[in-house]
Write a protein that binds this ligand. Structure first.
Ligand code: ZN
Length: 495
């Protein structure tokens, strides 16, 4: 195993609030679980950022030589609308509005989710289990928790007894909340009179007559509570104790707090060693929300079809933009920021392509080994991608001065530089080299076809037929092909 031993990997653990040296439970192997999407609508751009953050982590752990089992679930059983224990099931609501089966909703948005993440060049997880595929296991773990005395049945529903659990365990240790601060508002209280205490949460809910997604259980025809599926699917595929659990910052409470409680109640063991939380994405300095119009869909970035954007950007540029911030910081999305990222991304790729043209010398004025170490130091410091990217730009400077003949590099250093740039740009950051992507036979045919369309578009423009020229450009964009007009004619790039 080719583990890089230059420095230990440090991970910020939300549980301790500190960076800790990472030690896997089984040497060389890592079990990682990330909460996946609830598939009742198009995937949100903020969620894409979370999944890109964990894709970076997955890629780097693999790059270090670890064997990683990455499990990310699909929530297809539907949460209740207000994320508490009352309200309408989100998937069922969408099914009612669109007059289709709930599983059609699930299918439609699961495909959308996969398509978008593939565009961003995210690697698929090792296992992608669904909540509805694990109802039997969820019922079994509820039985165990009842048996251990940490849950009770009331009117066909089963609730987790938070106060009882807290007598012997520490409920709130992940989110840093105190029990008395966790009482929901009184309006919700009235609707949840079955509970012994307002802090209790549902493990099983009895279905109302109109509720479509339901399963038989020892307590009632109903459906599992929101938090249970992740406990069940993580422990099934990664064991009762595993290394890394991730998700968006907003899931820390109550979702992840409840996961810890369920796991400890069922097995007596702390389920997760390192909790990791990715921060949110804002748009023009404000929270994204469909209701205020301060919102952007991932596909709108690619087409530019959104009032917040002046043009479309390739998925690699959008991905690069997200990785220019640390996953734990809030990141603000804007047209200007994307334009700057596009420039930076092109500078990086241009310099990378220049490497093939550099002539080696007898001596090196660029210390490649020391630079490479700094790249690893950045990533070993809690996956600090912005620092890594700053190091890659240091290399860009060097490459350009070598090209200008103002400094030198030896043949072995040049090889090392090329390999390290490629490793970090493509394997770790997951960016796509657009020039490489069309460098095969099909690619040649494709670029010939696009050149033909560029010619037809130029003719249409010369004839002032702007309807046709715009149509060609827009249709190409929707296929992921960007045209850029410049002094020397039009060039194209692929997403
Ligand atoms: Zn989860």
């Amino acid at each position: 195993m080719a583990l890089y031993q230059q420095q230990e990997l440090n991970i910020y653990n939300s549980l301790s609030g500190k960076k800790e040296v990472f030690k896997p439970i089984n040497e060389g192997n890592i079990g990682m679980y990330v909460c996946g999407p609830t598939v009742y609508s198009n995937v949100h751009l903020g969620n894409c950022r979370t999944f890109i953050s964990f894709d970076l982590i997955f890629r780097y752990l693999k790059h270090l030589g670890y064997k990683v089992r990455y499990v990310r679930n699909i929530t297809d059983a539907g949460h209740l609308e207000n994320d508490a224990d009352s309200g309408e099931d989100r998937i069922a609501k969408k099914a009612r509005l669109e007059q289709i089966e709930p599983m059609e909703v699930v299918q439609k948005y699961t495909i959308d989710f996969h398509n978008i993440l593939q565009k961003f060049n995210n690697l698929p997880p090792s296992i992608e289990p669904t909540a509805t595929g694990h109802i039997v296991e969820q019922i079994e773990i509820i039985k165990e928790i009842i048996e251990k005395g940490f849950a009770y049945e009331a009117n066909g529903s089963v609730y987790f007894d938070v106060l009882k659990f807290n007598e012997s365990h520490d409920y709130g240790r992940l989110s840093g909340r105190k029990l008395e601060d966790m009482i929901p508002n009184t309006r919700e209280l009235a609707a949840q009179s079955d509970k012994k205490n307002p802090q209790d949460f549902a493990l099983w809910k009895k279905a109302e007559p109109q509720h479509i997604m339901r399963w038989p259980s020892p307590w009632s025809d109903g459906f599992p509570g929101w938090h249970l599926e992740c406990t069940v699917m993580s422990s099934k595929y990664l064991g009762e104790q595993f290394d890394i659990h991730g998700g968006g910052m907003d899931l820390k409470f109550p979702h992840h707090e409840c996961e810890i409680a369920q796991g400890e109640a069922a097995t007596g063991k702390n389920p997760v060693n390192y909790w990791m939380h990715a921060n949110m994405l804002t748009l023009n300095g404000k929270k994204m929300a469909k209701s205020t119009g301060n919102n952007i869909l991932p596909t709108e970035i690619f087409t530019g079809d959104n009032e917040n954007l002046e043009k479309g950007f390739s998925p690699s540029v959008a991905r690069f933009f997200m990785l220019q911030a640390n996953y734990r910081s809030i990141l603000d999305f804007s047209n200007e920021a994307l334009l700057a990222s596009e420039k930076g991304f092109n500078r990086l790729l241009d310099a990378y392509h220049l490497l093939d043209e550099l002539k080696p010398s007898e001596k090196s004025s660029f210390e490649v080994a020391a630079w490479k170490q700094k790249c690893y130091d950045a990533m070993n410091d809690d996956f600090n991608s912005p620092i890594l990217i700053a190091q890659l730009f240091e290399a860009v400077k060097e490459i350009n001065t070598i090209k200008e003949g103002k400094s030198q590099i030896t043949a072995p250093d040049l090889e090392e530089l090329k390999k390290t740039m490629s490793d970090f740009l493509f394997d770790v950051l997951g960016l796509v080299d657009t020039a490489e992507a069309i460098n095969d036979d099909t690619g040649n045919k494709l670029s010939g076809t696009i050149e033909l369309l560029i010619k037809l578009r130029a003719e249409a423009r010369a004839n002032k037929d702007f309807a046709t020229s715009d149509k060609i450009r827009n249709e190409l964009i929707s296929l992921g092909i960007q045209l850029k007009d410049g002094k020397e004619g039009t060039v194209f790039s692929l997403d």
